[in-house]
Design a protein around this ligand. Structure first.
Ligand SMILES: Cc1cc2nc3c(=O)[nH]c(=O)nc-3n(C[C@H](O)[C@H](O)[C@H](O)COP(=O)(O)O)c2cc1C
Length: 447
């Protein structure tokens, strides 16, 4: 190298990977405002996910089923352990709990319509049960939350199942937020709180400090409902083995496990991105807990957090879940983040696909709002039809995969049908890295 070469000026400015433009923008925003960023949705950064798994399909050692002639069943029954009336669903995809308050009454109705038409259940949320939702949901799960907002013993008795919410994947250990803009007269009345004032939901139940209290609460709810309906326990993905085991020991019929990609109506961005386990990492430990207790398939496992396609459904079931729940994807099916609202997203300083200020109540699609004019934009009948179609497509996709793997029921999918594209996914899902018979931590592998 000559002396001359050393003098060549650098021509390509290099951006820092650590201090990237989005990070610097957030530092400037924080410096200007002094407040932390709140948003809706789930983790946006890439973490190991179902996309990192592939199905192997049938070959010489297994034969596939014929799509047009051979059946591949999709039904699932939730709550077979203690409830007199377990919930029988036609498909293993349920609609997750989303609050009235976060969502408009029209959106709740559309979710009920779509879920019922597809033969599955929907779920209430913080803020209670609306008559529209109950009326249009053939199977409605009623959430019993730390905040107790909208909690009503009469509604408990109207439910087809009860879900005790301990935590959510987007914010395990944290509570919800509903800003004053969204506290309309109706929302305020249902929550017995003042109109227009920011509401924070509690991060833990007021009357318990541990698993023994959970057991007492489950018994209390069973007595109120005459042991008729299943009791689910929902936890955010943090310590899935122990949380599943403790929920089961406390008497749960169903465990709902929500990973860190799971959506929320509103919480701090730092919480969404930095607390909790990826959904993929939650499933095998939870299944192992159920197997260790001899209750896998008797206590059902519902997995949520970032489920978007029939392939995601099939992968979650293959890893041992009995069903999945969807939140964000259902809202997208209804019309959330639709490009037809791009001009309005731009006025809000965002763009299609990135709109997540659901707490502000200004949703152009009329879904995450209490503004009557915006809410009118969502036709619950059309929304329900779109959701039904989407659920149907996801089910058909999962069936296509199951048949290709030689299975006549979605529940016959198994870890042996899968391989992983990355070491991380192999370790988390405990399935072999593609082209090998090895995954990190495999018993006997020396690691
Ligand atoms: C708008 C919105 C509102 C939500 N409200 C609640 C709620 O009231 N109670 C609850 O347990 N979870 C709530 N969640 C979380 C969902 O029940 C579910 O765990 C999550 O959306 C699943 O992840 P996904 O959105 O990637 O499908 C909410 C999620 C969204 C997107």
């Amino acid at each position: 190298m000559s002396d001359q070469d050393h003098k060549i000026p650098r021509t390509v400015p290099i951006q820092s990977a650590t201090f990237s433009n989005p990070i610097n923008a957030e530092i400037r925003r924080a410096a200007a405002t002094g407040i932390y960023d709140i948003r809706g949705g789930g983790a946006k950064r890439r973490v190991p996910h179902f996309d990192d798994l592939l199905f192997l399909g049938a070959s010489v050692s297994r034969y596939p089923l014929e799509g047009y002639r051979e059946r591949c069943d999709t039904s699932v029954t939730l709550g077979t352990r203690f409830a007199k009336n377990p919930i029988k669903l036609d498909i293993p995809i349920t609609i997750a709990g989303m609050s009235f308050g976060a969502l408009s009454a029209q959106a709740k109705e559309a979710l009920g319509r779509g879920a019922s038409a597809a033969g599955t259940s929907t779920t209430t949320g913080d803020g209670g049960m609306t008559p529209e939702e109950r009326g249009h949901s053939s199977k409605l799960v009623y959430q019993y939350l730390p905040s107790r907002y909208g909690m009503n013993p009469d509604d408990l008795r109207k439910a087809d199942a009860i879900e005790i919410v301990v935590g959510q994947g987007a914010k395990p250990g944290g509570g919800g937020m509903l800003l004053g803009q969204k506290i309309s007269d109706r929302v305020a009345e249902m929550r017995t709180l003042p109109k227009g004032i920011d509401q924070r939901s509690a991060c833990r139940h007021p009357d318990w400090t541990g698993p023994d209290d959970l057991e007492i609460k489950i018994l209390e709810l069973r007595e109120i409902t005459g042991w008729r309906v299943p009791i689910y326990v929902k936890v955010g993905g943090t310590r899935p083995y122990f949380d599943t085991a403790l929920a089961v020991k406390a008497g749960a019929d169903v465990v709902v496990l929500d990973g860190m990609q799971g959506g929320t109506a509103a919480t701090q961005d730092v919480f969404i991105e930095h607390v909790g386990l990826p959904t993929l990492a939650c499933i095998r430990p939870a299944v192992r807990a159920l197997q260790d207790l001899g209750l896998h398939r008797e206590v059902q496992l519902v997995v949520s957090g970032g489920i978007r396609t029939g392939a995601d459904v099939a992968k979650a079931l293959a890893l041992g879940a009995d069903a999945v729940a969807i939140g964000t994807a259902a809202l997208v099916a209804l019309g959330d983040n639709d490009p037809k609202w791009e001009a309005e997203y731009q006025k809000l300083g965002t763009t299609t696909g990135a709109y997540d200020d659901w707490h502000e109540g200004l949703d152009p699609a009329g879904i995450t709002t209490q503004d009557p004019e915006l809410a009118k934009r969502l036709d619950p009948v059309e929304g329900g039809r779109r959701l039904r179609n989407y659920l149907k497509v996801m089910t058909l996709e999962a069936q296509t995969i199951a048949r290709a793997c030689g299975h006549n029921h979605l529940h016959n999918l198994e870890p042996e049908d899968l391989c992983a594209l990355t070491m991380e996914a192999a370790a988390m899902a405990q399935v072999p890295l593609a082209g090998t018979d090895w995954y990190p931590g495999k018993p006997g592998s020396g690691y």
